[in-house]
Design a protein around this ligand. Structure first.
Ligand SMILES: Cc1cc2nc3c(=O)[nH]c(=O)nc-3n(C[C@H](O)[C@H](O)[C@H](O)COP(=O)(O)OP(=O)(O)OC[C@H]3O[C@@H](n4cnc5c(N)ncnc54)[C@H](O)[C@@H]3O)c2cc1C
Length: 487
């Protein structure tokens, strides 16, 4: 190297020092990354599927509602060691409309739970049902004969949830009641591939997989960062004492114009008791459910019972009505973009598995719980608990019901903007009768996808019904028959 070269190097010594510094930092980052990623590979990696350490479980499930308890049942039935934790003691109440749709009934039958509900007179299979459209067209028909069974069944949640939880327990799951998973987050030891889950009273359980099934407000999914928003929907419930009302149908939905795309509904229980609920479905501006918000729920709920012409007539003046109770709805995966991670799966309401058009989530909770169990059993057999494997669960629930969420959301937006679409459906039912009503029931209970309405043989007659309604409302000036006085 010549003296000139050395002088040049001296001139640029700042640049050279910087480059060397960056290089050193890069090397350090590389080795750190190698260490970290080798740890991740270990944690993502393979643990002898059937060999959990003494005292630990294959799966720890937090929440024993329909989603968690169904998962526990299928896991225990297939030989997995399961801890099923719930802060409550069963039987316990859960605010709900109690309408259990057919896809859930099929699984409950497979579990042997449906038989227990029927044997104990805890299930009422709907036959006569229908809806009242925003302009007051009412259609109530019979569905069972045409469907070859009921589209839905009313079961009080004290009974439904108790029977599923106990069935899981009797099949081998370790149901631990009064176990509230506390403020301390579950911790995953990535070397051992084991979660430690703490109760607020200092108890702890360990397990290879963690299933989060703690409902719509999911403390766990929020605290652990899997869920980023509070639920945006809400629903009320009030029981009406059997023998004090005039209702002679099994289930009717009332689409009051002022709260679209939400609605209220009455479902009948086996002992003639009724469940009245009012669903507010998120739509439009953030924080709004159409033109109303959560703050309007009490007024709408109480106003409907008092002054809605269809509801007040159906229940009569002597109805003994429980005070309103309400709980959150997390619809269409709201705020939970990913329902899986290494050693972890999120099910039911905690994952936002409620249909964004109907607000129904019992059947999706049960279907999702079963899909979670199937995925975990496969993972256990393969000894692979990585996110790559748990992602199969998300594919499964998307295939089962998640694919419909986007269409349901669109459906909710459409009926909010164009209530006449619901009038057209009622108009078509009045023309063709129960044949159309059962198709409607099938779509609303997830037996058929929402895209069914786009099939030419369905869309075309509905298109003509829309024209008839348009003519009746806008040209002939047919008066609105649904004046609720709620606004
Ligand atoms: C008013 C209302 C009406 C509804 N009507 C209907 C209807 O008619 N049909 C329908 O299909 N769906 C309806 N839904 C939705 C339905 O209730 C839910 O989709 C369903 O309950 C979801 O089940 P899940 O098991 O995911 O959660 P949940 O049923 O909420 O169960 C969660 C469980 O986790 C437990 N838990 C919570 N936190 C902890 C903790 N920290 N530690 C331990 N345990 C914990 C709870 O005690 C509970 O047992 C309605 C919802 C509301 C609010």
């Amino acid at each position: 190297m010549s003296a000139m070269d050395i002088d040049r190097l001296r001139e640029h010594k700042g640049v050279i020092a910087g480059a060397l510094g960056i290089g050193a930092a890069g090397l350090a980052a590389y080795f750190l990354y190698r260490r970290r990623s080798s740890k991740r590979v270990r944690s993502n990696g393979r643990f002898a599927g059937h060999a959990v350490p003494e005292g630990a479980y294959d799966v720890v499930i937090v929440g024993s509602g329909p989603s968690g308890a169904t998962a526990a049942f299928y896991l225990a039935k297939n030989g997995a060691k399961v801890a099923l934790l719930d802060k409550e003691t069963f039987p316990r109440d859960k605010y709900c409309g109690d309408a259990v749709c057919t896809p859930a009934l099929n699984i409950l039958e497979d579990m042997g739970v449906l038989k227990e509900l029927v044997d104990n007179n805890e299930a009422h299979f709907a036959d006569s049902g229908g809806f009242v459209s925003p302009s007051g067209l009412a259609y109530i028909g019979q569905s069972q004969e045409k469907l070859g069974g009921a589209a839905a069944c009313a079961v009080k949640r004290t009974n439904l949830d108790k029977r599923i939880a106990w069935k899981a327990r009797d099949t081998g799951a370790d149901l631990q009641e009064g176990f509230e998973v506390g403020k301390e987050n579950p911790v995953l030891d990535r070397e051992k591939g084991l979660w430690t889950v703490h109760s607020s009273e200092g108890k702890q359980v360990k397990g290879r997989m963690l299933v989060i099934a703690d409902g719509a407000t999911s403390r766990l999914a929020m605290q652990m960062g899997y869920c980023t928003e509070a639920p945006k929907g809400v629903c009320s419930r009030a029981f009406i004492e059997g023998g004090t009302h005039n209702v002679d149908f099994d289930g009717v939905c009332f689409y009051q114009r002022e709260s679209l795309p939400g609605y209220s509904a009455i479902f009948r229980h086996p002992n003639d008791e009724l469940n009245f609920c009012y669903y507010l479905i998120p739509c439009g501006k953030d924080g709004m459910c159409g033109d109303v918000s959560e703050a309007d729920l009490k007024r709408l709920h109480e106003g409907a019972l008092k002054s809605d012409p269809f509801i007040s007539k159906a229940i009569g003046p002597k109805a003994k009505i429980e005070r309103m109770r309400a709980a959150a709805l997390r619809l269409g995966s709201q705020g939970v973009p990913q329902s899986y991670d290494d050693h972890l799966i999120i099910v039911g309401d905690a994952a936002g598995h409620i249909d964004p058009l109907t607000g129904e989530g019992i059947h999706t909770a049960i279907m999702g719980g079963k899909a979670a169990a199937e995925t975990i059993l496969e993972m256990r057999a393969a000894g692979d608990f990585s996110a790559a494997s748990t992602s199969v669960y998300q594919q499964r629930w998307m295939q089962l019901f998640g694919h419909d969420f986007a269409y349901s959301k669109k459906g909710a937006e459409l009926i909010y903007k164009y209530p006449i679409l619901l009038d057209a459906c009622a108009n078509e039912m009045a023309r063709v009768g129960d044949k159309m009503m059962v198709r409607w029931a099938e779509v609303m209970t997830n037996m058929r996808p929402k895209t069914y309405f786009l099939r030419p043989d369905v869309a075309l007659p509905l298109g003509f019904a829309l024209l008839r309604e348009f003519w009746a409302q806008k040209v002939s000036g047919r008066p609105d028959k649904y004046k609720t006085g709620l606004i």
